[in-house]
Structure formats: C-alpha cells, structure tokens
Design a protein. Structure first.
Length: 313
C-alpha cells in the first residue's frame, strides 16, 4: 500500500487531487491544510510520497520541501503548481523536490507522474535493503594521470564506506583524504616524476610541468592502480604507480621530524599515517598499502546499523 500525503490550503483542490489518486491501485490518501500541518503529520507518521501545493499560508511548498529533505530525506515530493508559480517550482526542484505537475493538467499528468516517482523511490529503497547483505566491496582501477578521476574515485569510496556501515562522516573523510594523498603522490611523484622540492619552490611551474608530462612519453602511458577491499570491520587499499620508484628509507623516520609537516612531500605521508592504522611501502617505493580497522566492531553492530538506516522514513 502506497501512503500519500496531499497538502493544499484549498479544500476543493484537496478533494480533486485525492480523487485522482484514489483511482490508482493500492493507494491510501491523507490530507493536510498547509505545510505546517503537513510537517507535524510527517513527524508522527511514515509516508511514501508527499504531493503539495506551492502557495499556502503559514508554511509554503518551498519551505516544506526543505523541511522534508532535512528530516525525511527518503520521502519524495511532487509539486502541484498554479499558473505563475513556475519559477518558485524550479527553485523547489533545485532544493530537492522530485517532480511537478501544473494544477490545470493534474487530471492528465498526476497519475503518471506519481507512478514514475514511486518507481524510482522503490528502486532506491530496494537498494538500501540490498546493502544490508553487503559484507565486502572489492575493486581494481587503472587510473589515468588526471585529478578528475581521483575526485570521482573519492566519491565512489565514500559511497562504498557508507553502504558498508561506516557511519561516521568524519572517519570516512579521514580515510578518503589518506587515499587522495596516496593517489596524488603516485601520479605527481611516481608516474610524472616531479619532485616535491619543485612544488615547494615554484608551485605554478610544478603544475605546468605536470600538464606537459601527462601527454609525453614515457609518462603518458603510465597508470595509477588502486585496489580496494572494503569490509564493515576493516578496509584495505593498495595504490601503485608505474614510475621508477623512490627510496623508502626516509619514510620510516618521517614522523619523528616536525619540520616535515611543512613540506609537500612529508605532509601527505603524515596525513596517511595519522588517518590509517597501517601505511606500508614496498621495497621499490612505487606501491603503498593503507589499512584501517574499526575498533570494537562486531558483525551485529553493522547489521543493526544498516537495519536502522533502512527503516528510516
């Protein structure tokens, strides 16, 4: 049964919209007179969809959309727009509404719009349920020497960590900063063979030379390899470049020297070591392994966490 809340300050329009929705199979319709009443109802009951007018007293549709996105992010909102409110509707779409239907075309378009929005919503909710069954996320990427790939990679890892139950946003951020530093070192210092001293002395020249080398042999053919094995209790990353490698001996004592915090080279290694439990380089110096464990974690904790997220409205 799909539970829908219709919000409109006009009793005639509430009846009209409710009548259109009640023609759909397995639909239960509830109503509210304005956004403020709707907000209170949503705090007390669970709904699958909200359909709201834009222009209302006390709390208008735009404010209601923002409130629902903040408190009930899994509940989609469809706007019913009157003539002349298209600009406000566009702003509401930018702020999180799922779709809109002009009020004068509600009889023709409302049912199909509801079906479209609910299909997408059900797909998303099914994915949330599926993620409760996830216990390992593995991948292997061969990335070009382009920072745009690295940004997309960070988003990918963030999503994977959240799906696996790593709930703390600050912890996820620390992990992805460590990965970003490892990827950056692999590209700039490994594949493109740029020195950290050049970046410290002339950052503009450093990035200009990096741009040149990205298209020149032998640098252009080199890849940054990122392997990941992510679990609810432990995450493993291995970043490897195809450059000549580095002397890894200074890495062993890097943490002991405070002046390294200020250097471009040392800062990245310090961040990785601060945020991860293990940071290990291979003998050649072209590969680093990063490991992070969740202290006190047990299987039931992750399952409970993901069940709780799946049950949230």
């Amino acid at each position: 049964m799909t539970k829908i809340l219709v919000v409109d300050d006009s009793a005639v329009d509430r009846r009209l919209i409710s009548g259109l929705l009640e023609r759909l199979p397995d639909v239960a319709v509830h109503t509210a007179q304005d956004g403020l009443e709707a907000a209170d109802i949503l705090d007390e009951q669970e709904f699958d969809l909200v359909i709201t007018d834009m222009i209302m007293p006390r709390m208008n549709g735009l404010t209601l959309v923002e409130r629902i996105r903040e408190r009930h992010p899994r509940v989609p909102v469809i706007l019913i727009t009157s003539q002349g409110s298209e600009e406000i509707a566009l702003e509401a779409l930018r702020r999180g509404a799922a779709s809109y239907v002009p009020k004068r075309l509600a009889g023709k378009r409302l049912a199909s719009t509801v079906e479209q929005v609910m299909q997408v919503s059900h797909h998303r909710n099914a994915r949330t349920e599926l993620m409760r069954c996830l216990h390992q996320w593995s991948f292997l990427f061969a990335l070009d020497n382009d920072c745009r790939y690295f940004s997309a990679m960070i988003d990918y890892v963030q999503d994977a960590l959240e799906d696996l139950g790593w709930e703390d946003p600050a912890e996820r951020t620390r992990v992805t900063i460590a990965i970003q530093e490892a990827l950056s070192n692999a590209m700039f210092h490994g594949n493109l063979e740029l020195s950290s001293s050049l970046r410290e002395n002339d950052e503009r020249r450093f990035f200009a030379l990096a741009e040149e080398r990205r298209t020149q042999p032998p640098y252009a053919a080199r890849k940054v390899w990122l392997e990941g094995r992510l679990k609810p209790d432990e995450i493993f990353f291995c970043v490897r470049d195809e450059g000549p490698g580095f002397d890894t001996k200074p890495f062993a004592t890097l943490m002991c020297h405070a002046e390294n915090v200020e250097s471009c080279f040392g800062r990245g290694v310090l961040l990785m070591r601060a945020f991860m439990d293990e940071v290990v380089y291979n003998e050649r110096g072209n590969e680093v392994t990063l490991i992070k464990r969740r202290a006190g974690w047990h299987m039931g904790e992750a399952a409970d966490s993901r069940i709780s997220r799946a049950a949230q409205p």
